[in-house]
Design a protein around this ligand. Structure first.
Ligand SMILES: [Zn+2]
Length: 342
């Protein structure tokens, strides 16, 4: 028995109402924040420097998606994220329709200089220093080279697999190296976000201690919005899935304002692990009720997986009342959502 495995069904989470539109995506800042982030529309940014330090954006909240800035957030689009990935509909890409560029190649992730910040929406670790030393991702569905800009966290997960959510989802946000951030936000493949699910167990085995890589810094970011630490060295290779050739990939959008349809998502099937004590710390970050966008209606989404992938289907919620008690405070605001479980 490996301990309690946490997964959630999302029966109560309604997909946001969406209408189709033929309007092209509009460059703007969002999950990544450009140097001009004092404005919600970064029309003045012409540099690839991403200043995530001032990514507060207090004008939007996860509590009320109907008021998010950005046309695609409100009127929808054709490839909005996150989505529920139905494994029976995932295309094994034998013909290299979407996954055309060989195995994923991660370079420089084992020693990443970052600064950590509590930006009011999440905890985020942004790359510091010369861009030349930032980690770079290529291969898989990616025609171009992508530079890592930042890592942040969602709890619960944003994406779901067959209607099941994980307790956490890590997003590694990358920007095409040949584009400015402003340009990237206007291209369908301007950004690449690598997603890794986090599962929560009562205890983790030695080989499952991936999360300790960042957990030691979390307590220093819990005093409120704006908390920051710099000069942190993370081995992000520990946070990647153990099997780099097992992932889902599709063309989608940012999951925060302004919801630009500019993202190639790469979602690893195998999760990393957190203990319940580690997970509970995220309840103190102070992001409001939660920090995941609601699931979006499927439209032109087509999800692929490498031909050789073994599809990893999460265990349906195994639920224990004593663990529920331990998390009662954390989830006190989930209300009807939690009642739908078990
Ligand atoms: Zn995210």
């Amino acid at each position: 028995m490996l301990g309690v495995v946490w997964t959630f069904t999302f029966l109560e989470i309604a997909a946001a109402a969406m209408t189709t539109t033929t309007e092209p995506s509009e460059p703007s800042d969002s999950e990544i924040t450009t140097v001009s982030s004092s404005s919600s529309s970064s029309t003045t940014s012409t540099t690839t420097t991403v200043d995530t330090i001032i990514n507060y954006e207090p004008e939007w909240s996860y509590d009320d998606e109907s008021r998010w800035p950005g046309r695609h957030c409100q009127k929808g689009g054709k490839r909005q994220s996150p989505i529920d990935i139905k494994t029976s509909e995932v295309v094994h890409d034998f013909t290299r329709q979407f996954i055309k560029y060989g195995p994923l190649q991660f370079s420089g992730y084992n020693k990443v200089l970052v600064s950590g910040i509590n930006n009011g929406h999440t905890i985020q670790f942004s790359t510091e220093g010369d861009e030349a030393i930032h980690p770079v991702l290529t291969g898989g569905p990616l025609k171009y080279m992508y530079r890592l800009e930042q890592l942040h966290f969602h709890w619960l997960s944003e994406h779901a697999i067959n209607g099941v959510k994980y307790p956490m989802e890590l997003h590694f946000v990358h920007v095409r190296t040949d584009l400015t951030v402003f340009e990237a936000l206007g291209k369908r493949d301007g950004l690449a976000i690598v997603s890794v699910f986090g599962n929560v167990q009562a205890e983790v085995e030695d080989y499952q201690e991936e999360a300790s890589e960042f957990m030691q810094y979390i307590p220093r970011l819990l005093n409120g919005t704006g908390d920051r630490i710099s000069g942190v060295l993370l081995d992000m290779s520990k946070l990647m899935s153990s099997s780099l050739d097992s992932y889902y990939t599709y063309s989608g959008s940012l999951t925060s304002p302004e919801c630009n349809e500019a993202v190639i998502w790469i979602i690893f099937t195998a999760p990393i692990h957190l203990t319940d004590a580690q997970y509970r710390l995220f309840g103190k970050v102070g992001v409001g009720r939660h920090n995941f966008r609601s699931l979006q209606k499927l439209n032109r989404h087509k999800v692929f997986t490498p031909a050789e992938t073994k599809v990893h289907i999460p265990q349906i919620a195994i639920y224990f009342s004593d663990v529920m008690k331990a998390f009662a405070e954390f989830f006190r605001n989930f209300g009807s959502f939690m009642n739908s479980i078990g």
